[in-house]
Design a protein around this ligand. Structure first.
Ligand SMILES: [Zn+2]
Length: 583
């Protein structure tokens, strides 16, 4: 199907509406009724494979050290982008007349040497006697203890280990390492609203006034402990965005989140946090010495998923704990520019084009290489947006609406930059008519490549287009109509399937714009062998493909910026998706 393909609903409309009327309606939303305008095509020719190659060999060079957030490499890349924008006369749209939107970060480290615990007259050191599960500091003397089983509250499954016990002012002892217990299922996804329908023991402790959570290790954590002990010398640290909503008071980041591998993470940014540590066997023995249940009995029961009733430990037994947290304030930045539109009225509306200019930095060596260059992810998007900026700023006349350019930081950390931008938008977000997000467009599957790892990688003239029809039928129409009348790339909609396990719609920066009601299009080449590897290098990029995808995105943005009216959001995101955003 190369020509227009309309979603089922619109198909029903066709029976009543004449094809011409439909094209006319799409024409209203974009600059031209039938084909892309000549002006857009001419301007697109400024985007060339050789420019893209030159930029990418700089942005994804080893000297950029993988552009971690925050890092020197990332700041260098930001300056490089800003330098070019200034050269071309793009209007700064960051803070205080600059191209940079500063994002305050906090790095919390635990000072192991200054951390200790005491129970039953015995002192335990950080590292050997216990270790922290999250860099949340705190210190108290002589608190009583209460055992609460696995500590998870799950209303839909009638799981409530807190019946008959009060945790206020006490240290909660939790079995099973704080992990989701078998009886609750394999993931929290099906348990309803966090904090309401279900609660992690840590959240319960914070919201019910407990002094700390001491987790009993699982056999897995005990094994890991030994490995962890070797790395205990490395201070544990956690990086977090200080506040996403700068206007508001307390940090709104949820206290806990579920990591990609099911591990539970605690965000240290929340001021109301309490220490959360895992005790060693030696410390557990002291805690349960002389109690109705021994440590070894409780560990065995937990290992088989058996429930043991919650109980207060002997009232004379007290635990004292100090977890020393050192907080360091850091900053990073989004890079933001505006290319003003030519229409006196419509220039106050924006078509947003974005990419993330960060990657994962320096990490575990692979074949001796520790720098994760991120040439495709997302160096390709970073330089494509840069080249598009040059093409827009050089065009005359320019499209009617303005073009908003955002290079997001912290995408690899959890979509930080885009979340921060939409919460603190430097242009009225309600005036952003669509957001086009580019994340990995530089790789193609070679002919004859039958490898499993590249199975889903797109071909040289193919690209995944995600979300273009999810919120706005008209946006999807324009996207297809432009492509059909321009380079005719193969648009692959495989990842538009809401049941697709990869859930790519949630995994890049466009998601936060969509969450705020802005219809989006996400361009992506697919998973491949060098994804998040040091081998994601500029030499492996298909620059011809990158040029063609970048030109297509450019012309689509141009058309959206030229239409008489903005694309209508006829299918807003369901409220549960418009939540805080998946980590
Ligand atoms: Zn990426």
């Amino acid at each position: 199907m190369r020509r227009f393909r309309l979603p089922a609903l619109a198909l029903a409309c066709v029976i009543t509406l004449q094809p011409v009327a439909l094209a006319q309606r799409a024409g209203e939303v974009s600059g031209a009724a039938t084909a892309t305008t000549g002006a857009a095509r001419r301007a697109a020719e400024r985007i060339t494979a050789s420019d893209l190659r030159s930029y990418l060999h700089f942005v994804a060079s080893d000297e950029m050290e993988g552009r971690d957030t925050p890092s020197r490499g990332l700041d260098l890349a930001a300056k490089f982008i800003a330098m070019n924008l200034a050269l071309w006369g793009v209007r700064p749209a960051g803070d205080d007349g600059t191209y940079f939107q500063r994002i305050a970060l906090r790095r919390t480290r635990i000072d192991a040497a200054a951390s200790s615990a005491e129970v039953g007259g015995h002192r335990f050191e950080h590292g050997s006697g216990f270790y922290d599960n999250a860099p949340v500091g705190g210190s108290f003397e002589g608190a009583p203890l209460v055992y609460v089983g696995h500590g998870w509250l799950v209303k839909s499954k009638n799981i409530n280990p807190y019946e008959g016990v009060d945790v206020r002012g006490k240290v909660m002892i939790v079995a099973g390492g704080g992990y989701l217990p078998k009886e609750a299922g394999t993931s929290t996804d099906a348990l309803g609203k966090p904090g309401e329908d279900w609660m992690h023991p840590y959240e319960y402790a914070v919201s019910h006034g407990a002094r700390a959570v001491v987790a009993m290790p699982t056999y897995r954590t005990l094994l890991k402990w030994e490995r962890g002990r070797q790395s205990q010398s490395q201070e544990r640290s956690q990086l977090a965005v200080e506040k996403f909503q700068t206007g508001e008071g307390a940090n709104t980041v949820p206290a806990i989140y579920e990591g990609a591998n099911g591990e539970i993470g605690i965000n240290s940014g929340r001021p109301a946090g309490v220490p959360f540590v895992t005790a060693s066997l030696a410390m557990l023995d002291k805690i349960f010495q002389g109690e109705r249940r021994s440590a070894s009995y409780l560990l065995e029961q937990a290992a088989v998923g058996a429930r043991v009733e919650s109980f207060d430990l002997n009232a004379n037994k007290k635990l004292s704990l100090t977890v020393a947290a050192r907080v360091e304030a850091l900053t990073t930045q989004n890079v933001v520019g505006v290319i003003e539109g030519s229409d006196p009225v419509l220039k106050d509306e924006y078509v947003a084009v974005g990419a993330h200019y960060d990657h994962v930095g320096v990490g575990a060596p692979v074949d001796g290489d520790r720098i994760y260059n991120g040439a495709d992810d997302d160096g390709s998007g970073t330089v494509a947006v840069l080249e598009m900026a040059h093409a827009f700023v050089s065009a005359s006349p320019r499209p009617k609406r303005s073009i908003l350019l955002v290079w997001h930081a912290g995408e690899e950390k959890g979509l930080w930059g885009s979340r921060y931008f939409v919460e603190n938008s430097t242009v009225p977000l309600a005036r952003v008519v669509a957001q086009l997000n580019i994340d990995m467009i530089g790789r193609s599957k070679r002919a004859g490549d039958m490898s499993k790892v590249n199975e889903q990688l797109t071909g040289p003239d193919e690209i995944y287009v995600i979300g273009s029809k999810k919120m706005s039928t008209e946006l999807g129409d324009v996207s297809e109509r432009v492509n059909d009348s321009f380079l005719g790339l193969k648009f692959n909609y495989r990842y538009d399937d809401p049941a697709d396990p990869e859930q790519f719609f949630f995994r890049s920066d466009h998601f936060h714009y969509a969450r705020k009601g802005v219809p989006i299009i996400f361009y992506f080449d697919g998973p491949h062998e060098d994804y998040h590897q040091p081998s994601d290098q500029p030499e492996k990029i298909d620059y011809r493909k990158m040029e063609r995808v970048a030109r297509t995105v450019f012309v689509t943005a141009w058309e959206l910026a030229s239409g008489a009216r903005r694309p209508r959001v006829d299918k807003p995101l369901p409220p549960e998706l418009a939540g805080e955003g998946k980590q």
